[in-house]
Design a protein. Structure first.
Length: 147
């Protein structure tokens, strides 16, 4: 994977990202290229992810990898990168890929932030993503890293 580079998305990346988001049935609300990072291999986008701002919280979302590049660790690379640059120590995600995100350190929570619970009703149902839940990852604080 050393030939894959993560970088911030540019406006010209959005048509490809939007097409993939539609095909993968991901959250297409309020998209802005400045929310996305892309994984690029040989000038081709092979994956992407997003930090979506809500009113009260941020959400890690829209992690997608093109079909022919799946199962090579690209999604994990994107998620870890987004966690590292996340604007808070509490990282939320809404997903139906519960086992995948558990392996990356996320935990399912019953009562997520109101905005994300409402999003589950609105977006996940409309995208036929039954079984979607809110999960959380708590980043270690810098002082905890030294313990």
């Amino acid at each position: 994977m050393s030939n894959i580079k993560l970088q911030y998305a540019e406006p010209q990346n959005m048509p490809f990202i939007k097409e993939c988001i539609e095909r993968f049935r991901l959250d297409d609300e309020d998209m802005d290229y400045r929310q996305f990072v892309v994984a690029v291999e040989k000038n081709e986008i092979v994956g992407f992810g997003r930090i979506r701002p809500h009113k009260e919280v941020y959400e890690l979302g829209c992690v997608g990898v093109v079909e022919h590049k799946r199962n090579h660790g690209i999604g994990k690379m994107i998620v870890k990168h987004l966690i590292n640059i996340f604007p808070s120590n509490v990282v939320y995600i809404t997903t139906d890929l519960i086992d995948y995100f558990k392996r990356l350190g996320f935990k399912r929570i019953e009562h997520g932030p109101k905005e994300l619970v409402e999003k589950l009703q609105r977006v996940c149902k409309s995208k036929c993503r039954e079984g979607a839940v809110v999960m959380v990852y708590r980043k270690a604080r810098k002082s905890e890293d030294k313990l």
